[in-house]
Design a protein. Structure first.
Length: 213
């Protein structure tokens, strides 16, 4: 029997895959992971004291929009990388755009501040702990997301792992805002982004093994 005939015979015995099945699993995984992160923030870090009033202002939602946008791009990139032959230019351009806009806004904010205010705005009160906490919270949700993403068939497992890490970190960072009172653009772009980048790096290492065919 020819190889092509064997493949067709094996494929004929397989049940038809539901469209977007893996994506639905990942969305469900995000719900489960998100609930655990919120529980972790509540029991371990605690919600910020002014959470209710903060949610009435723009700064809280601008932070959430930044990290949420990175999470969405991570989902899009993971979806593209998980399908052999799919183009990834779109999500990469979107990622570069989000980072460039955020960096531009942070630079503008920094340059319009009085010189004495710049370093306190950049470092805040939690610069040292910010990135590690984002990484830890991301690891809480990672088993859900990475487990669901195994339904994909990425040709570049490391890159797919980084995308899954970006997605997971986007979720964790957004929910970390329930605890973190920092709001300057410089702080968010530097320290939030560092935590997200660390998670993506860990995801790349994990993905090389977890997503390997």
């Amino acid at each position: 029997m020819k190889t092509e005939d064997l493949i067709e015979a094996l494929a004929a015995d397989l049940p038809a895959a539901k469209p977007r099945q893996v994506e639905r699993r990942i969305l469900l995984a995000l719900v489960g992971g998100g609930l655990l992160i919120v529980l972790g923030v509540d029991l371990w870090l605690g919600f910020r004291d002014d959470l209710t009033s903060a949610m009435m202002g723009p700064n809280f939602w601008v932070k959430a929009a930044y990290s949420g946008a990175l999470g969405v791009v991570g989902f899009w990139l993971l979806d593209r990388l998980g399908r052999p032959g799919a183009r990834i230019a779109g999500p990469l351009i979107a990622l570069a755009t989000v980072l460039a806009v955020a960096a531009g806004f942070a630079t503008w904010e920094f340059m319009t501040m009085a010189q004495a205010e710049r370093m306190p705005a950049l470092m805040g009160e939690s610069a040292i702990e910010c990135a590690p906490l984002i990484l830890i919270l991301s690891l809480v949700a990672a088993p859900f997301v990475f487990g669901a993403a195994r339904g994909f068939a990425p040709m570049r497992p490391g890159a797919a792992g980084a995308a899954a890490g970006l997605l997971t970190a986007g979720l964790a960072t957004t929910l970390y805002g329930l605890h973190c009172p920092e709001h300057t653009a410089g702080f968010v772009v530097v320290w939030y982004s560092l935590g997200i980048a660390l998670t993506a790096a860990v995801g790349a290492v994990v993905g090389k093994f977890l997503f390997r065919w």
